[in-house]
Design a protein around this ligand. Structure first.
Ligand code: PGA
Length: 258
């Protein structure tokens, strides 16, 4: 099955207004990638509207988080409908920094993803084990629990023709410069795909599974060379548009980009 690759940039709590505008200009100047690929940028909510308006039409915008409820008394949170209204079309759910610093449970993450999906956003469900969990040989059990809570949403996204998306981001690889090897990442992606296929025939084959954790221009080609790796969620190396464009070009073998 052919799955359209996704190259996504997670800016986290970085960049200011002028950086966002300059970034969009750099992408527009580079022109569309000469290959089939979904390009998505995840700015802070403050700049969602700006980014959505400024980006060239081949680069989509998404939110780094989304609330599970459709509105109400949730100070500081952002509703899926507001994200959509700002011009964004994607949303991350359950990034490890949200799980770690905001105590999001597997159940919370599934509810957030469900709200995003029901509102018309494409949810990206993030999973990943910590170093301690990997050392204790708990990786598959942790991932099964994280993915297990979200299986219904992923099946619903697939059924809606939206195309379900999972991001495997080992916590030990995020922001550490220690990317998972292509072998380790591919083994986990294979495991996740089999789990999805067990839940619903074909779900694992159609779901796009991204890798995230210290992806850069030097390691992206080897990682995406693995058939089970459908693209990337990139933090640090996405902050500079030239670096992000280079990763798009190297990962897709496209002629576009700078
Ligand atoms: P990193 O972050 O590329 O800086 O490791 C990835 C992520 O957290 O999405």
């Amino acid at each position: 099955m052919t799955r359209t690759p996704i190259i996504a940039g997670n800016w986290k709590m970085n960049l200011l207004r002028e950086d966002v505008s300059a970034y969009a200009e750099a992408l527009a100047d580079a022109g569309p990638p000469g290959a089939q690929v979904d390009v998505v940028l995840f700015p802070t909510p403050v700049y969602l509207e700006l980014a959505a308006a400024a980006m060239p039409d081949w680069a989509a915008v998404g939110a780094q988080d989304v609330h599970a409820e459709d509105g109400g008394a949730y100070t500081g949170d952002v509703a899926a409908a507001q994200i959509l209204d700002a011009g964004a079309s994607w949303a991350l759910a359950g990034h490890s920094e949200r799980r770690q610093y905001h105590g999001e449970s597997n159940d919370d993450v599934a509810r957030k993803a469900r709200r995003a999906l029901d509102t018309g956003l494409i949810p990206v469900i993030c999973v990943g084990e910590t170093l301690e969990q990997r050392q204790r040989d708990e990786t598959e059990a942790i991932l099964d629990a994280q993915l297990g809570a979200a299986l219904e949403v992923l099946a619903a996204a697939d059924g809606a023709g939206i195309g379900a998306v999972v991001a495997y981001e080992p916590v030990w690889a995020i922001g550490t410069g220690l990317s998972a090897s292509p072998e380790i990442a591919a083994a986990v992606h294979g495991h996740l795909r089999r789990r999805l296929n067990r839940h619903q025939a074909g779900l694992g084959d159609s779901t796009r599974i991204l890798y995230g954790g210290s992806v850069n221009a030097d390691n992206c080609r080897d990682l995406i060379g693995r058939s089970d790796i459908d693209g990337f969620l990139i933090g640090g190396a996405s902050l500079d548009p030239a670096s992000f464009l280079r990763i798009i070009r190297l990962s897709t073998g496209s002629a576009g980009g700078s």
